[in-house]
Design a protein around this ligand. Structure first.
Ligand code: TRP
Length: 367
């Protein structure tokens, strides 16, 4: 029997039923009207990997009326960054390019320090530094993009404290349920993430911000929307755009740190080739002969999913691949080879940009 679905900010298990999550969390599906506004943006947006939202229609309306809007999304630096970690940031960049607005990127090194039993303080700081280089390398606009680490930009604490004072224990429990609270730091952390999400309004005054995140982070959004309107703040409720989870190479629901699960942004071309060939879950048939006869299933094929969501921007090419794979004209080995080529082209560029990013830290870090 399939494992029961479990989706929390610290655990994702079982077959995920996204429709059911949307109902349970009380979020909205992305409407046809919104789809029209994002149909030229990043594949993650226009190919429906982002499927749900809160008040993103209001965010667009606000923008159309010439009002200030912004984007905020964060990164918990638990390890070196892999392809799955890119998702919200590729979307934030695409939105920044389209709507020319400010982007705020908090790095929650405190969060991962609390949760990960074996992550030392020094290592948390090290991952932060390394992850920030990956984020800058994505090409955000200098002067309009602000990155900060909780452990370094300690000004964030005064906002978190003001928020923490307005969240009761029972409210936090109602939203997060039973958390693995082996220390009191993790109990406080939601106030910190709420401070991140409201940071654009603390800095620039009341306006609409949108948070692109994976759906498991929605409890933080709910908590923040409640506290935003407290008379101490009188802020606007932040909006959200929710994504699905990018599958692990092996086809598991979400990428993790186990070997063979993911592709790191610093992987060599050889490593990418080896991992895709060895681990990538295929929707093809077990022999070439059978595949020619029966065709493959792109919807469960991990290389195809990676192309669709991130690495093949060209809609026509993607459609040809889909058709050829389904009909059996394109073999699994051919699809894998093409995916390896596309991922490697992306990583080669990225790794070059990482070197440049190391000299640009000053332009992006909050002081
Ligand atoms: N908690 C997020 C994660 O584990 C990272 C994060 C920190 C974040 N601050 C945020 C996400 C603010 C969205 C908004 O990945």
């Amino acid at each position: 029997m399939a494992k029961e679905q479990k989706v929390t900010p610290w655990e994702v298990e079982g077959e995920v039923d996204y429709e059911r999550l949307t109902r349970e969390f009380g979020t909205s599906f992305i409407s046809e009207k919104i789809k029209k506004r994002i149909e030229k943006l990043h594949p993650l947006l226009r190919r429906e990997f982002y499927f749900s939202h809160r008040d993103f229609d209001k965010w667009l309306e606000s923008y159309d009326k010439g009002k200030k809007v912004s984007i905020i999304t964060g990164r918990g630096p638990s390890e070196k960054m892999h392809v799955g970690h890119l998702v919200p940031f590729l979307v934030a960049k695409s939105l920044q390019d389209e709507f020319n607005c400010e982007v705020f990127i908090p790095i929650s090194d405190d969060e991962k320090f609390y949760i990960k039993e074996n992550l030392t303080f020094e290592k948390a700081l090290e991952y932060s530094k390394d992850n920030i280089i990956d984020l800058i390398a994505l090409g955000f606009k200098p002067g309009k993009t602000f990155i900060f680490e909780d452990f370094v930009y300690t000004d964030i604490y005064k906002f978190a404290a003001r928020i923490a004072k307005r969240i009761t224990y029972s409210e936090s429990k109602a939203i997060f349920g039973l958390k693995p609270e082996n220390n009191i730091g993790w109990g406080f952390y939601p106030a910190m993430q709420a401070a991140h999400i409201l940071f654009p309004q603390f800095m620039r005054g009341s306006h609409l911000s949108v948070v692109p995140v994976a759906i498991d982070q929605d409890p933080f959004i709910r908590l923040t929307r409640d506290v935003a309107v407290h008379p101490d703040f009188n802020f606007m409720k932040p909006c959200a755009l929710h994504s699905k989870f990018l599958p692990a190479l092996t086809g598991a629901v979400k990428m993790s740190s186990s070997e063979g699960s993911q592709i790191f942004l610093t992987d060599s071309q050889e490593e990418v080739k080896r991992k895709i060939n060895k681990y990538a879950f295929s929707g093809g048939q077990s022999t070439a002969e059978e595949h020619r006869r029966l065709g493959g299933n792109p919807d469960i094929d991990v290389p195809y999913q990676y192309l669709k969501m991130i690495f093949e921007d060209d809609d026509k090419k993607l459609k040809n691949i889909r058709d050829d794979y389904k009909s059996g004209k394109m073999l699994t080995g051919e699809l894998k080879a093409y995916t390896i080529e596309k991922i490697n082209a992306f990583l080669k560029e990225h790794q070059k940009k990482r070197e440049l990013a190391k000299k640009q830290l000053e332009k992006f870090l909050m002081k």
